[in-house]
Design a protein around this ligand. Structure first.
Ligand code: TPP
Length: 617
């Protein structure tokens, strides 16, 4: 895509390192000043970071920048996830910064996370002096080596004159093609040395030319298959959100009348309220979505990657389906499931071209007829809706999450941790808009929710941002509450507190004979300060919230849920943490156990759906 086309197109926008700006000819400055200037010129307004010796030269000119806001986190992992949350909520490149050695290695988890979920971030790390690299110098870690497999690209910069150009290249690589994390590791002495700053810079990226325009022949072939199919499914992945192709997707879906499923990474790419939407496929997907894929004769995969959590046992996945697979990254195509029609291209362009080609088929009298298919789909959808049990006298976590979705509304942004609460947030909140559900899908990183919410709120201050977190996950990164308070980032956190590592406990219930080895976080009653027994709260999340300067609320019964959420919604000037004390034995259903065929889906415990012939049209 040309720079102009990219600027007009949806998708993560590369920052303004292009040719529009008037060149600033040769201003003398230090490498560190050039770094900050290059970040400014790249359009960066927010950096999440943490200083230390090797990156210290960069922190000095940062103090003078009027364009870049630096948010001092409490742990570098928080900086990385915040950059990811910022990127996903805004569609721009997120930026995090850390010092060498342990500062840089603390970024490894969020970088791996961003890599798995194709999120555009630039991570800047300080490195020991160039001459000391490889000598086990103090706080030296080979972060370029360490992050080689978990970055889209990474750079080691040892000369001051290379700093500005490398930053421009990093932003370009992060945002274009399949987005992803780029690390720029800069030797301390390169930042301290004099150089001459020039902007814009010439990008020097031989071999990096992502293909965005799909091949017309493949598009025509795919359109022909779509109109000929009897049981098609539009299998929509996170790539559709990354390409900002949701409007185009809606056009294609309505034009064909084909059912749509949205993966965990694509929730919000197609309105949940839309009648063509069957919900989420995969391990905890709806019976209708899982079964539609399983029994389809044509899967149109759009920015999706046939992840094992979606396919279940790969060899038995969708045995009768032909596959059209569109992806910006050719490496994804036929990686897990062989594509009959491979299409390499940007999803926005692919889907637009597909719609045009389907219209041409219609004009030639070849129309889609999925009536029999829809009669099966409707049967599955109505017979096996999502649901949950309530236990008298206790609070159902699913109910809390459902009410959060309803009360916060479709414009709110939700982030989650990893576990049962994540799956319930994917299932029981109706997503109507892109960019409203941010979670760690590929890596499954506990601790993602709170810093990602912080990043999302920093990027979109006008939005209501809720982190829905597990009590286990929350304890991994909750120190970023201090960052939120000090930097006036009023996020809201719903801790779904079941006192256990719920998702692991669920597997112990189902697959380890209810032997709960090391999954209990807060066991048994404790002793209150006045001597009586009271629930054991280690930690007490309300007190923890208050200690950080947040508002802390607690809710323990269904009849308090709405009022508590409304109270949290009314607080705008401080972060709020709500401790929702929920039932510990709730389970996530439906479920396809790991490594098992999707044919074996359980709608609820011990309940296998009966398809009695409806699928055999
Ligand atoms: C960093 C990390 N460590 C371990 C795991 C494995 N794991 C997946 S879900 C889960 C339990 C999460 O518990 P909690 O945050 O309380 O959420 P719940 O499942 O109870 O909703 C664990 C330990 C992980 N995904 N990430």
């Amino acid at each position: 895509m040309t720079e102009q086309a990219r600027a007009a197109a949806p998708g993560p926008q590369p920052h303004s390192h292009g040719t529009q700006r008037v060149a600033t000819a040769g201003i003398p400055m230090t490498g560190a000043q050039a770094l900050i200037r290059a970040l400014e010129e790249s359009g960066v307004d927010t950096i999440f970071g943490y200083p230390g010796g090797a990156i210290l030269p960069a922190y000095d000119p940062l103090l003078d920048s009027t364009r870049v806001r630096h948010i001092l986190v409490r742990h570098e992992q928080g900086a990385g996830h915040a950059a990811t949350g910022y990127a996903q909520a805004t569609g721009r490149v997120g930026v995090c910064m850390a010092t060498s050695g342990p500062g840089a290695t603390n970024l490894v988890t969020p970088i791996a996370d961003a890599h798995m979920d194709s999120v555009p971030i630039v991570a800047i790390t300080g490195q020991v002096n160039a001459a000391s690299i490889g000598t086990d110098a103090f706080q030296e870690a080979d972060i370029v080596g360490i992050t080689m497999p978990i970055t889209k690209h990474n750079f080691l910069v040892t000369r001051p004159e290379d700093i500005a150009r490398t930053i421009a290249e990093a932003f370009h690589i992060a945002a274009t093609g399949r987005p992803g994390p780029v690390l720029v590791d800069i030797a301390k002495d390169a930042m301290q040395s004099p150089t001459t700053f020039r902007w814009p810079v010439e990008l020097d990226l031989p071999g990096y030319r992502p293909v965005s325009k799909p091949h017309a022949k493949q598009i025509r072939e795919a359109a022909r298959m779509i109109v000929e199919a009897k049981r098609p499914v539009l299998y929509v992945g996170g790539g559709v959100l990354k390409a900002r192709a949701t409007a185009q997707l809606r056009v294609l879906a309505e034009l064909t009348g084909a059912p749509v499923v949205t993966t965990l990474m694509a929730r919000g790419a197609f309105p949940d309220s839309h009648p063509l939407h069957l919900g989420m496929p995969g391990m905890h997907g709806t019976v209708a979505a899982v079964t539609a894929l399983q029994k389809s004769d044509l899967i149109i995969a759009l920015g999706a990657r046939f992840d094992d959590r979606v396919t279940g046992k790969l060899s038995s996945f969708a045995p009768e389906a032909k596959v059209v697979h569109a992806d910006i990254d050719p490496a994804e195509i036929s990686k897990n499931r062989v594509a009959d029609v491979p299409i390499v291209g940007d999803c926005a362009e692919v889907i637009t071209d597909l719609a045009t080609a389907v219209r041409a088929e219609h004009a030639a009298g070849r129309v889609c007829d999925y009536a029999a298919w829809w009669s099966s789909l409707e049967t599955w959808r109505t017979r096996y809706p999502l649901g949950y049990e309530t236990v008298k006298g206790s609070l159902a976590p699913q109910f809390v999450i459902e009410r959060l979705g309803r009360i916060a509304g479709p414009e709110a942004v939700f982030t989650t941790g990893v576990g049962q609460h994540q799956m319930w947030a994917a299932q029981f909140i109706n997503y109507e808009n892109p960019g409203t559900f941010l979670n760690s899908g590929g890596a499954g990183t506990m601790g993602y929710a709170l810093p990602a919410a912080m990043g999302a709120k920093a990027g979109r201050p006008e939005a209501t941002v809720w982190a829905i977190d597990g009590d286990g996950c929350f304890q991994m990164t909750n120190q970023e509450l201090a960052t939120c308070v000090i930097n006036e980032i009023p996020i809201k956190v719903a801790v779904i507190n079941n006192g256990t590592l719920g998702m692991v406990r669920q597997w112990q219930t189902l697959f380890y004979n209810q032997r709960y080895s090391n999954t209990t976080l807060a066991a048994g009653p404790g002793v209150s300060s006045v001597g009586g027994a009271e629930p054991r709260r280690v930690p007490d999340f309300v007190k923890l919230a208050e200690a950080y300067g947040c508002v802390g609320l607690r809710c323990e019964s269904p009849d308090q849920v709405d009022a508590t959420i409304e109270k949290a919604m009314a607080i705008d000037d401080a972060p709020v943490v709500v401790d929702f004390v929920v039932h510990q034995d709730a389970m996530v259903w439906p479920m396809v156990p790991a490594g098992v065929s999707n044919d074996e889906i359980l709608a609820a415990r011990g309940m296998r759906p009966v398809f009695d012939g409806v699928d055999d049209e």
